[in-house]
Design a protein around this ligand. Sequence first.
Ligand code: ZN
Length: 414
Amino acid sequence: MVARFDMPFLGVLIGLVFVLTAAGGPEPSPQSAVPIRVIATSSSVDFPDEVVLTLEAESDARISEVRLYYRLGSRNVRVYGYPDFTPSTRVKADFRIKTGGSNYLPSGVDITYSYTIRDENGNAFETDSFTLEYKDPTFEWERIVRDELVVLYHDRPFDRVDEVAGDVAERTAEVKSLLGLETSKPQKAVIFNGTREASRSFPVISDRASQDGLYAGFAYGDYDLFVLVGLSRSGMVHEMTHLLIDEAIDSTFAVLPSWLNEGLAMYFEPGSGRRDSTVLRAAQRDELLSLRSMGSVPGQPSDVRLFYAQAQSIVHYMMETYGRERMGTMLRAINEGNRVDQAIQVAYGISIDDIELEWQGQLGGTVSATPAGDPGTLGTTAIIAGSAAIAVVAVIIRWLRRIMAGPVAEVDDP
Ligand SMILES: [Zn+2]
């Protein structure tokens, strides 16, 4: 059962062939009068390992080929594979989509699929399209929609989730305004209750990280969703900000440095704890990371905390000192393909080194009296090996770029 990827235009071609066949002659020949019939389709989720899609069909002639086409989330890439079955006039075909380990698929992803069936008389039949929302069937999931935010949750009072969803939607309106997004695609939040559920539902991460309960959530721009432990306003706003940035900065050529992505996500968190003491301590020891080295999250866990503290501090400085308009200009310049240092020059009229020096110069005055907890975030190219497997067969440049950038993992409070 090998899954292969086809280009989007192949999907269009196939659609076209069927349209042409249907409109082919004035009278359908006896053979084309529904020679292939679908008896049943069903799906089951063996969470978190696999999804099993089953088709039962019959035909007057022996069914020789069943092909399953599926699409994950709103991706442009359609995948196809061949379900297992024994050729016959009546067949039952199973197809398994692996969702665990290196094939990890986050909860909440919509799997949209259809079949084409062929028999030995040369007949072909294309089924309707079906959608399965992949999630743990052990729970009774409920759903709340607020603007473009869709919250999937279970075993929590509706009123509480509704209140938080409303607050998050309100806060993310500010993010959209900064990004120049008038509307956005629906973005799904999948809320887990506690670490036991999360450990079943999160991607494969290092044993150490699992033991430490290091992660609170992961954002997947490719699937327009995030998964999060607990109904946390700041966690939800943080992840929504990542997803909206991912939507707004959509050019093939745009490279958004992690310090900016994470710094903005932290900036919008309501009641976000500042991490200035971490930054100040590093400054006193002359251990600050250079901004130019902060394009991606460091691999060393010991550097991660400082990375987030610095990212938050500098973005806060840029937003508060120069205003949101310039940040918006800079993000647009990045989306037009400028490197971040060029974009800073365009929007702020000074170099990236100068803005870094300015920020360092004012550090002493911003010491927070109470050292905050550090919800921070971990970048994850290395952590989420699963996504890499998908990247191998990526056929669309933008998609490839995003996979390589990896989803964003959030570090829980220590
Ligand atoms: Zn983040």
